[in-house]
Design a protein around this ligand. Structure first.
Ligand SMILES: Cc1cc2nc3c(=O)[nH]c(=O)nc-3n(C[C@H](O)[C@H](O)[C@H](O)COP(=O)(O)O)c2cc1C
Ligand code: SF4
Length: 543
């Protein structure tokens, strides 16, 4: 009985109405009145009625079984919800991971449009978390400096003078060929560096001749044997290319630390296969761990091998900090082997990715500032800070972001998504679907056409240069000569409605050699005791 009354219920209203209208039109048609005004609606309502019947009998979507036809409206609204939010509801401070005003500053600087703001800050300066830089009563003149940093310790034969603001690692595969071309073209014009990401050193990285940092991950793309292990000859072949200024071993990435990756076979085009050195059309796997080393000591030996094979170029590694004792184990391995990397790049948990599981993007790994400050202090604590430069990545978009991280220990900064915005990315967050609306992160040749390389190269160049210019103004306003002079004492954060702390209080520093002498700093003491150069695993603590 209940089933018979179903068509009369509110949730079947649309479906029942469609069936009734289709039936009426059918009868009208049977009368021989075959006007187009009947035939077309009849066709339309018949199709809708059939869809409704399919909704009721299908077994995959519960909501369609209960709300035939009507539930499709929900699906459509769900689909366009992000666009509705972004276009109509988002305020200047809304939008994740990057707020509208953060994106706007990149777009404006990339287009060399007016990037000033009228009337005063929109920030609540009395809200917890608000941060500022203390200015000087005697500002310096603004310098026209490109701000560069020399990377390369005593074991490096070809030090690199890097800009302090560079393009972070993003692979060809995650990004389109046109995106890579435009990024590298911008890097060439602005004399800054472009990190390949772990997806290999592709023809698109080479074409425009911009400085390249070649990253190798656990898949050893562009330098692997058929079984996926590291191939020294292939590595040396590429690494000695003059365009490559530094080589970087990727341990982990903030958005998915400890997670490997799979590029589905369908996306492994002939070009990607040739670049990576993998078979075409077959799933391309990046394991979650390296096969070239298994202990901190072996890792340092591998760093030495990479440096040697590259002809003495700056060699370093990138990671998101996880277990503190593991990084300290690497520090102990440096001391024991006397092999030191030339640089370390610290990525933050807040970092981006082409695709990763939600649990990883949301809850695994240390945020950038804590990780950066930990690495900076650990190196001070083992007396190695002067020979190892530190890079940082994690939502660095503005000159203020750069200034903050340099105060916390970075020698230079990288931005991935900032440069994606400069390429025209609109944060639609569909990178993993191969349906990027702006051609930035798709392998679809037709969609890539949207990204016009000469125009976007110019924007990449503009964004980097305008950000450096804004940084020069901050440096001058703080009464300094160079961003490396920013220190934690220059920055303050409101930690409650009536309390403010300086970064110096929030991020206390170790003294040189403190770990070697035996530190009682709570951030380091236990982890240092648990760290062993012989294994990444924590050793049992001494009683
Ligand atoms: C699309 C995309 C691809 C990425 N691919 C890599 C990669 O291959 N290797 C890597 O070390 N990091 C990769 N990253 C991480 C970035 O290099 C960077 O460390 C991180 O996104 C933080 O910078 P951001 O906040 O400026 O994006 C990728 C990020 C994005 C958004
Ligand atoms: S526009 Fe959307 S899909 Fe394309 S790169 Fe940006 S976030 Fe990813």
């Amino acid at each position: 009985m209940q089933a018979l009354l179903l068509p009369l219920t509110a949730r079947f209203f649309v479906f029942t109405s469609v069936v009734v209208i289709a039936a009426i039109l059918l009868f009208a048609d049977l009368d021989g009145y075959t006007s187009i005004y009947v035939v077309v609606p009849l066709g339309l309502f018949t199709v809708l009625a059939l869809i409704g019947i399919h909704d009721i009998v299908q077994t995959r979507h519960a909501v369609l079984r209960n709300y035939p036809l009507m539930a499709h409206i929900r699906f459509i609204l769900e689909e366009i919800r992000p666009e509705i939010r972004q276009y109509f509801l988002e305020s200047e401070k809304d939008g994740t991971p990057f707020s509208r005003d953060k994106r706007a500053i990149v777009y404006q600087r990339a287009k060399r449009a007016l990037d000033k703001r009228p009337f005063g800050t929109q920030n609540d300066v009395y809200a917890s978390g608000y941060e500022w830089l203390d200015h000087s009563m005697a500002p310096k003149p603004v310098v026209k400096e490109p701000f560069r940093v020399a990377i390369g310790g005593p074991d490096c034969q070809k030090p690199y003078s890097a800009s302090i603001f560079n393009i972070s690692a993003m692979s060809f595969g995650a990004l389109s060929a046109n995106a890579i071309l435009a990024l590298n073209g911008g890097a060439k014009k602005g004399n800054f560096a472009h990190d390949t990401g772990e997806g290999g050193y592709s023809p698109y990285h080479r074409q425009n001749g911009g400085d390249v940092i070649w990253e190798i991950g656990s898949g050893y793309f562009s330098c692997r044997n058929a079984d996926g292990t590291f191939c020294a000859e292939k590595f040396a072949d590429n690494a000695r290319n003059d365009q490559i200024k530094m080589v970087e071993l990727k341990l982990s990435q903030g958005a998915k630390p400890g997670h490997g990756g799979v590029l589905p076979g369908a996306k492994v085009s002939p070009e990607i296969a040739a670049t990576r050195g993998v078979p075409e059309g077959v799933d391309c796997i990046s394991p979650s761990r390296h096969s070239a080393f298994a202990t901190p000591i072996e890792m340092m030996q591998f760093i030495a091998t990479m440096r040697k094979l590259s002809g003495g170029k700056p060699t370093g590694f990138k990671l998101c900090i996880g277990h503190p004792w593991e990084f300290l184990a690497v520090c102990k391995a440096m001391l024991e082997t006397e092999i030191y990397p030339d640089f370390i790049v610290v990525d933050g948990k807040e970092g981006g990715t082409g695709a990763a599981p939600l649990e990883f993007t949301d809850h695994l790994g240390m945020p950038m500032r804590e990780g950066l400050n930990f690495v900076h202090n650990a190196l001070i604590g083992i007396n190695a800070r002067d020979r190892i430069k530190i890079g940082a990545a994690g939502k660095i978009i503005s000159a203020f972001d750069i200034a903050c991280v340099m105060a916390l220990g970075a020698d230079w900064c990288n931005s991935a998504r900032g440069f994606m915005f400069a390429l025209g990315c609109i944060q639609s967050q569909s990178c993993h679907t191969d349906k990027c609306p702006t051609g930035v992160s798709t392998q679809d040749r037709v969609r890539q056409r949207a990204l016009v390389v000469p125009d976007k190269s110019e924007r990449v160049f503009n964004f980097q240069r305008a950000t450096i210019e804004a940084l020069a103004e901050l440096v001058a306003a703080a009464g300094l000569d160079h961003p490396t002079q920013f220190s934690p004492a220059h920055f303050s954060r409101r930690v409650s409605p009536h309390e403010v702390k300086s970064f110096a209080e929030l991020y206390p520093s170790l003294t040189p050699g403190e770990l070697l002498a035996g530190s009682s700093d709570r951030r380091f003491e236990t982890a240092w005791a648990m760290a062993s150069a012989k294994e990444f695993r924590a050793v049992p603590r001494a009683a």
